[in-house]
Design a protein around this ligand. Sequence first.
Ligand code: ATP
Ligand code: MG
Length: 589
Amino acid sequence: MRRLSLDLVITRLSHLFLRTLRDDPSDAEVASHKLLVRAGYVRRIAPGVYSWLPLGLRVLREVERVVREEMNAIGGQEILLPALLPREPYEASNRWTEYGPNLFRLKDRRGNDYMLGPTHEELFALTVKGEYNSYKDFPVTLYQVQTKYRDEERPRAGILRGREFLMKDSYSFDLTDEGLTASYQAHRDAYEKIFTRLSVKYVVVSATSGAMGGSASEEFLAESEIGEDTYVRCLESGYAANVEAVKTVVPDALPIDGLPEAKVYDTANTPTIDTLVDWANGADLGRTVTAADTLKNIMVKTRLPGGEWELLGIGIPGDREVDEKRLEASLEPAEFVMITETDFKNNPFLVKGYIGPKALQANGIRYVVDPRVVEGTSWITGADEDGKHVVDLVVGRDFTPDGTIEAAEVRDGDASPDGAGTLVSARGIEIGHVFQLGRKYTDVFTVDVLAENGKPVRPTMGSYGVGISRLVAVIAEQHHDEKGLRWPAEVSPADVHLVIANKDETAREGAEGLAAQLDRAGLEVILDDRKASPGVKFKDSELLGIPTVVVVGRGWADGKVEIRDRFTGESREIDAASALDEIITAVRG
Ligand code: ATP
Ligand code: MG
């Protein structure tokens, strides 16, 4: 269908380098992995390292084609940088070290350090620096479709998370922030087109809490139960965000006047929230207490790059757990660790199980709270003495936190930050990422060009990735049934899968003739001309997943062929005489 030349390139299953497997590979857990291996699309070489066999390679090339078309449409220019890279540029950006064990490092025969590129910001910045030196050259967007290497800790699901994988990475270079915004938006629009053309169901989530205007970084996640990314969405408004990016809806402050006095109670053996709630409900406080009425205080140590470790107290409602990813994102660029026994020993004012805001603030420890802990709220929390808690400790009267922090888990039913409804969580697979980098890398390599006024100006960058090989798995994951793959037309390895299910010589000749006609009409045909039973051939046609299956079988003698839609499962008999037109219509929709 996409081919313009008229030479005969019918793919004959009798010759195709293909072996389908009856059984699922033993190392496969997810459907796409099982099916892509069983259907002979890919083969495993090592953990996270796969070969592409003919049909798999065709799908991969189709995905690439769609991505290229949309990149070219926004003015992207394709180049190709090496995957084998010297250490120095990555040393300059500190990523030689920062990338940690994920980086494949190697040495050449002279003992020089090399690496296999995991992503190419450094090299693109250097490439632009090497060629361009005037404002007249900008803006420019460059991209490549290239094999990347990452020594992933957990390669997974075949080509879904590989250690060698194919990525489209592009980089925009603009001289102004407005320019960067426009380049970013162009990529974002192109990605929407790409994933729509590929029939991928996806959401766009903001990847950061929006400190840089909300669109500094967004991820495209394919909706999938087997995804490793959790995100939340609001079904009413379509809001979607990474859990790290969710901002808690802050309740209104409450009046303090008339609230009961804070009172310390003996609460022996209540080191956990459950035991504390049990105690409270047996203590005649005049109300029913739940975990949400308690304030638990978690102690961590944080450190800014190059700085010293400092204690930090975090108060969150007792019915919620700390979400370490959210905490990490909130503290960035500082890192954190949980405190240890030694820290308790060195800071005797920390009473394990009974830590309260008072002792923290009295000892100069920074104390931050969940945004729900607003002025006028009353809490049951530690009283900084073994076996003691304080009840009715009021924010703004009895203590004032040093600030708020997004560290508590986000739960289904929480209010959506856009006020439109509630949040539900879902899982996704990252298929693309758009990111406003700014001048991080142009600073590292002092990429300066002459502005119109003759002064040097430093370009600002965007970086944008699409996981091309991963998309093959994602499409397979979203489009299959128990029998096999079901490729969307745009990426299918062929347009028509023509099965000869009749030993009769005239039927075989008829099928050959029909295949040739389809081919001449510009459709890509797979012809199952093997000497195998119809049952085996039908099973393989389902497994391989070409959208339109045509069967030349018993009906041939009566002038009939069967046409099956692999996507809907529908099948019907059509007249052999008009088969060509009907098949073309079925394929082209
Ligand atoms: P992930 O969180 O899944 O590891 P990432 O944040 O590391 O992804 P980027 O560095 O932004 O991903 O890379 C751009 C794109 O490359 C991703 O959106 C994804 O589609 C793809 N990709 C990343 N790592 C892999 C991998 N190990 N195997 C296959 N594709 C990958
Ligand atoms: Mg990664």
